[in-house]
Write a protein that binds this ligand. Structure first.
Ligand code: AMP
Ligand code: MG
Length: 419
């Protein structure tokens, strides 16, 4: 391994140590969904605030029904009628029952709710003033949801760092919150570098190609929850690149370029980053994506990705995505890794870690099999579009052989997912 080339783990550790947490903001629940909480949520009241019926039926005193059976039905007088939102003021005396709807508070004196379907109506319509009969005893607490079943007043219902789900939004609302604190979404400036690049709507002339990377990187930044902003294409002219980079670091929390990061004649980005700030590494022992620069420019984290599309995309996945997650307060930074049997031989020449764009599936016998895309050319996007994992070939291996068990990084599953 070349001396200035560092491992993926070291590269990540360096980046993680340099990026700071985003400041907090208070946002409506739905906008916080999917994001980690920056502050805990506690409830001001018991959830639910009162014991209530889980069924439509009759609130009864179980002591009245101890001897009830099919042969010996016991009749009670219905002395009240309660719907959700209405309260029966009195108490259920011996020999009495209250007609009760789901969600209505269990009246005083009652210790069970018998569901409507198993109660016989002897006289009346089943409501107030009716007489009803029971042919079985009731259990204490039957069909009653206790007060504070979800949480008692003052309890923390959502912890710092917890990623809010739709259910969590409901829980926060029960606790009296309409908004929660989260970390701001980082603004990510994206710049494409290369004199050969034209915008996607242009049919490229001779020697020119369409700027494809910025579309990938904008989407990848948005997918991770950041706010991407494309600053455009800079030709291979150091002053033009500098101007765009400085504008981006001025306005953003993170800046990502693609292209111009190798050691070619027109690759200026690393030198510029060093002039304007500090560079911590410029080579990572991975493929695709060897030429990757990380630095701080005016204090703003900057990653210069390689220009080849797959290299830029895998570089974002391995280095930028986890950094942005860390800034947003996510605790889980690793996608799950799954073992699978590789179906074909794959040679490897360089002592770098290979991330082979691959598809993982179950064979007829139900075993996991992984097949690398036929071409691992780093100029290709399609192989990544169709991949669901990156097959990891370790630095020191000379390849994989059909039948080997290998590690597959599940880029189709979220960080922290359990397999
Ligand atoms: P570079 O890192 O500038 O040497 O670029 C490596 C390769 O990636 C060259 O073939 C470039 O033309 C190509 N490339 C660089 N930037 C982009 C981009 N934004 N979209 C598509 N291809 C690119
Ligand atoms: Mg270039």
């Amino acid at each position: 391994m070349a001396e200035n080339m560092i491992s993926v783990e070291d590269a990540r550790a360096i980046i993680f140590a340099k990026v700071g947490a985003m400041s907090e903001e208070e946002v409506p629940l739905a906008d916080a969904c999917g994001r980690p909480l920056a502050a805990a949520v506690s409830t001001d009241i018991d959830i639910s605030p009162f014991a209530h019926s889980a069924m439509d039926g009759f609130a009864v005193r179980t002591a009245d029904l101890v001897d009830a059976s099919l042969e010996n039905p016991i009749e009670l007088d219905v002395v009240g009628h309660e719907a959700a939102g209405s309260v029966f003021g009195g108490s259920v005396e011996p020999g009495c029952a209250v007609r009760i709807m789901t969600g209505a508070p269990v009246p005083e004196g009652a210790d069970a709710v018998v569901k409507y379907e198993v109660v016989g109506v002897v006289s009346g319509d089943g409501g107030d003033g009716s007489r009803v009969s029971f042919s079985a005893p009731a259990q204490v607490g039957e069909n009653i949801r206790a007060a504070g079943l979800e949480a008692v007043a003052g309890a923390e219902v959502l912890a710092v760092g917890e990623v809010l789900t739709p259910a969590g939004c409901g829980l926060a609302a029960s606790a009296g919150a309409e908004t929660v604190r989260v970390r701001r979404r980082p603004r990510v400036g994206i710049i494409s570098l290369g004199s050969e690049l034209v915008a996607p709507l242009t049919v490229p002339g001779r020697g020119m190609i369409r700027d494809a990377n910025s579309s990938d990187l904008v989407a990848a930044a948005r997918e991770v929850g950041a706010l991407p902003r494309f600053y455009g294409i800079a030709p291979d002219d150091p002053e033009r690149i500098r101007a765009l980079m400085l504008r981006a670091v001025e306005e953003c929390d993170f800046v990502v370029t693609s292209g111009g990061a190798s050691a070619g004649d027109y690759d200026y980005v690393t030198a510029l980053a060093a002039e304007e700030g500090e560079v911590f590494f410029d080579r990572v022992a991975m493929r695709p994506g060897k030429s990757q620069t990380f630095g701080l420019i005016h204090g703003v984290p900057f990653v210069g990705l390689a220009g080849n599309p797959a290299a830029a995309a895998v570089g974002f996945e391995m280095l930028v995505r986890p950094a942005l997650r860390l800034m947003m307060g996510y605790r889980e930074l690793e996608r799950p890794v799954q073992r699978a049997r590789v179906t074909v031989d794959q040679r490897k020449k360089q002592p770098r870690r290979y991330y082979l764009r691959s598809r993982l599936c179950r064979n007829a016998a139900g075993e996991l099999e992984v097949t690398p895309a036929k071409s691992q050319n780093s100029g290709l996007f399609g192989t990544l579009q169709h991949a669901n994992c990156l097959l990891i070939v370790p630095e020191d291996a000379d390849g994989v052989r059909a039948g080997d068990m290998v590690d597959c990084l599940r880029i189709d599953l979220p960080e922290g997912a359990v397999l």
